[in-house]
Design a protein around this ligand. Structure first.
Ligand code: 13P
Length: 304
């Protein structure tokens, strides 16, 4: 370990103890962040841990909506996002006013939102989902028609897995949506025999060509349990680090070189230490919004 990293790791250990802090990192975080975290996981796993932890301070190494979800579920804890600029363009593609307008247009539909939404949008929705539980939540939730936002690709994927009617929003994740069907065709030709796992945030034409579509937690489980030894992975670069670390005898290749989320790369060890030193930047959610957004997240936990 380089000296600077070692010093930062030592300082982080001291601060964690002093502040009673837990470090949560999403599967897309850079290597050093995954290595210093207490838990690395997908959106669902991390929101569950945030709701259950005994720690007084949650350092959320991910993007803004994830830290906000932690604050919604654990309002009495301090939630730190080490780089406040780490946003999510997909979450920014939905605004509360447009949700209200769609509710008026489709009064019989329930509103299901992907966890990649702001607290203000969640407050307007009935139930939240992540890629790990979307199919289950939609099938279990007592409604026959849903407005699904903001990811059109995840929405289309769910529509193929349920008898229920899904009204799509026109948002997308820039990192997943950029991969085209043609690119996948070429990648498969270049690597025959590789097992292709893709995230359901990819376009339908990409999902159709894949061997399986899973969220990041599902991919990790699948890679661990399957007999396959060579994988092409259609999600953000950060997951490759964990896949290789957990399965050193298997090979993992990123489906497309452009699958890098710039926002997920903003956080590093130095910023985590600085956030605990200064107890900043803190995530706050106005109470009126928080209470309504919590109902939306609680229903996800209930129906998944
Ligand atoms: P997961 O819930 O599969 O980890 O995905 C989170 C996400 O933001 C994907 O872009």
């Amino acid at each position: 370990m380089v000296e600077k990293t070692k010093t930062l790791m030592d300082r982080l250990s001291e601060l964690k103890e002093e502040k009673n802090a837990v470090i949560l990192a999403h599967n897309y975080q850079i290597d050093e962040v995954q290595d210093c975290a207490d838990y690395v996981g997908d959106s669902f796993e991390l929101s569950k841990i945030a709701s259950e932890t005994d720690a007084q301070v949650i350092v959320f190494c991910g993007v803004h909506f994830m830290a906000e979800s932690a604050k919604i579920l654990a309002p009495h804890k301090t939630v730190l996002l080490p780089d406040i600029m780490a946003g999510c363009p997909l979450a920014d593609m939905a605004a509360p006013q447009k949700v209200k307008e769609l509710k008026e247009k489709y009064p019989k539909a329930a509103v299901a939102c992907y966890i990649n939404t702001t607290a203000a949008v969640k407050a307007e929705c009935d139930v939240c989902v992540t890629s790990a539980n979307a199919e289950k939540v939609i099938n279990n939730y007592p409604a026959e028609e849903f407005i699904f936002l903001p990811d059109q690709n995840l929405g289309s994927y769910i529509a193929g897995k349920t008898q229920k009617k899904i009204i799509l929003w026109d948002g997308y994740c820039i990192t997943h949506h950029r991969v085209t069907g043609d690119e996948v065709k070429k990648a498969r030709e270049a690597m025959p025999g590789a097992f292709l796992m893709v995230h359901p945030e990819c376009r339908p034409e990409v999902v159709e060509q894949a061997d399986i579509a899973l969220g990041t937690g599902g991919m990790l489980r699948y890679a661990r349990e399957s007999q396959e030894t060579k994988f092409m992975v259609g999600t953000e670069l950060g997951l490759i680090y964990r896949l290789k670390k957990e399965n050193p005898e298997k090979d993992f290749y990123l489906l497309s070189a452009g699958m890098i989320c710039p926002n997920m790369k903003f956080t590093n060890l130095q910023k985590i230490v600085a956030s605990l030193e200064n107890m900043s930047p803190q995530i706050e959610v106005p109470e009126g919004i928080r209470v309504r957004a919590k109902t939306c997240l609680d229903r996800m936990l209930q129906y998944s």
